[in-house]
Design a protein around this ligand. Structure first.
Ligand code: AMP
Length: 187
């Protein structure tokens, strides 16, 4: 089963994705974590990504598409995965759809974590103090919210046509949101 967790930055994708992956015994593929590891290791990809990442902009598809392809090709993701943080653009969605279709698979569920913008900003600011992420500055936070609306939110309509989008209220306790997701996917 392939499940995409979609939502604005700060909506709790990472938290819920981790819980879901553990419960279903599926790998979680998180492009943000892969980029952070590449930046930390100062690989050429990491160095290229850093200028976009720090500004809160999307890392170009020319860099991300290969990463997505490699991750989906991993043996652990043969029968399913939790996708966290991608696809984020139309080109990424096309690649995911095509790669899975070639294997006779498809995205089964899209969980859209719905959180007000006010709450998103509050969470990212408090996370900035805890984690010190280089893209949790006020300017980068504002850019990330704009980029989400412009480039990623249109994917909701793309997948809604297939009837696989479930809106999950992203406020409440972590446990409440987990329960709601359990109810939606039926396991
Ligand atoms: P995240 O950890 O998912 O909030 O991602 C943090 C940052 O990593 C984003 O603001 C982008 O700069 C970059 N990033 C993560 N995933 C992607 C993606 N699928 N496409 C482009 N950029 C990404």
């Amino acid at each position: 089963m392939f499940i995409l967790i979609l939502g604005a930055p700060g909506s709790g994708k990472g938290t819920q994705g981790k819980i879901l992956a553990e419960r279903l015994g599926l790998p979680k593929i998180t492009t943000g974590d892969l980029l952070r590891a590449a930046m930390q290791a100062q690989t050429p990809l990491g160095t290229e990504a850093k200028k976009y990442y720090d500004a809160g902009k999307l890392v170009p598809d020319s860099v991300i598409l290969g990463m997505i392809k490699d991750e989906l090709a991993r043996p652990e993701a043969k029968d399913g995965a939790i996708l966290d943080g991608f696809p984020r653009t139309a080109a990424q969605a096309e690649l995911v759809d095509k790669t899975l279709a070639e294997r006779g698979q498809r995205l089964n569920h899209i969980l859209l974590l719905d959180v007000t913008e006010e709450e998103l900003v509050r969470r990212m600011r408090s996370r900035a103090q805890l984690e010190g992420r280089s893209d949790d500055t006020p300017e980068a936070i504002a850019t990330r919210l704009q980029v989400y609306q412009r480039d990623t939110a249109p994917l909701i309509a793309h997948y809604a046509q297939r009837g696989i989008v479930h809106r999950v209220p992203g406020t409440g306790t972590v446990e409440q949101i987990t329960e709601e997701i359990k109810r939606i996917i039926g396991r």
